[in-house]
Design a protein around this ligand. Structure first.
Ligand code: KIV
Length: 265
């Protein structure tokens, strides 16, 4: 029986220079196939608001929505670590965050929760990790704040924003975070953050230097209405779904994905 991926596995992988592979899943059938292809972390992401529910952002997603999908995903997975998103407005205080994280772990069977934001989330991350909740932070383009950011755009090109992101990453690590997702971040900045941190970085539009990669499943098989620059369609050249997932896993591990055309400089 495959050994379950844990936060320790992810840290060990970073130390050994082995790339972490992550992919989203929202239902039992895909979750089983993804787990069988040796994906390390399956994310029940609030991207489900767009790819499953048809909204134009992740803002409408509720804690109950994430639990519904996590409950379908988790029992199918023997090896992958299950990460579940705390959705918009579900972690505005440390107490609200920890009670919603408890629901994701107890009802949704998640092994780790993810939340977006830097400085503003330090106390919340410290509170959760102090009480034994594994946490993945999410910096750069944080889709829950798309209306505040003024659109889906690369983050960290300006020196002050880049410095703040590095400081945030270090503070989140200090608060006990177990990993950090970096979304739509220029390669140089992602590299700097990755080198400074002891915890792994998992990139999406943040270059090959990150300790791992994550993609939204529907982007990766080319069926999203809008394919972001940072994704690639692996369901081509006559591949079926398991073969496409396996090709993605291999491309992350041999560092051929992401290529330059999927990166921001
Ligand atoms: O919800 C999601 O799928 C995510 C990824 C884009 C990292 O947060």
């Amino acid at each position: 029986m495959a050994k379950r991926v844990t936060v320790k596995t992810l840290r060990d992988m970073k130390q050994k220079g082995e790339k972490i592979v992550s992919l989203t899943a929202y239902d039992a059938s895909f979750a089983r196939v993804i787990d069988e292809q040796d994906v390390d972390v399956i994310l029940v992401g609030d991207s489900l608001g767009m790819v499953m529910q048809g909204h134009d952002s992740t803002v409408p997603v509720s804690v109950d929505d994430i639990i519904y999908h996590a409950k379908s995903v988790a029992p199918q997975c023997k090896r992958a670590m299950i990460m579940a998103d705390l959705p918009f407005m579900s972690y505005t205080s440390p107490n609200q965050a920890i009670s919603n994280a408890a629901r994701l772990m107890q009802e949704g069977q998640a092994h780790i929760v993810k939340l977006e934001g830097g400085e503003a989330q330090i106390d919340t991350v410290r509170h959760m990790t102090h009480h034994g909740v594994p946490v993945c932070a999410h910096l750069g383009l944080t889709p829950q704040t798309v209306h505040k950011l003024g659109g889906y755009r690369v983050q960290g090109r300006e020196d002050d924003v880049a410095k703040q992101m590095l400081d945030d990453a270090l503070a989140l690590q200090d608060a006990g975070a177990d990993a950090v997702v970096l979304e739509c971040v220029p390669v140089d900045l992602a590299e700097k953050i990755t080198k400074e941190l002891e915890i792994p970085t998992i990139g999406i539009g943040a270059g090959r230097v990150c300790d791992g990669q994550v993609l939204v499943l529907q982007d990766m098989i080319g069926i999203s209405s809008l394919a972001p620059k940072f994704t690639a369609n692996f369901l081509k050249d006559g591949r079926n779904i398991p073969e496409a997932i396996s090709a993605y896993v291999a491309a992350v591990r041999d560092v051929s994905f992401p290529a330059d055309e999927q990166c921001f400089f």
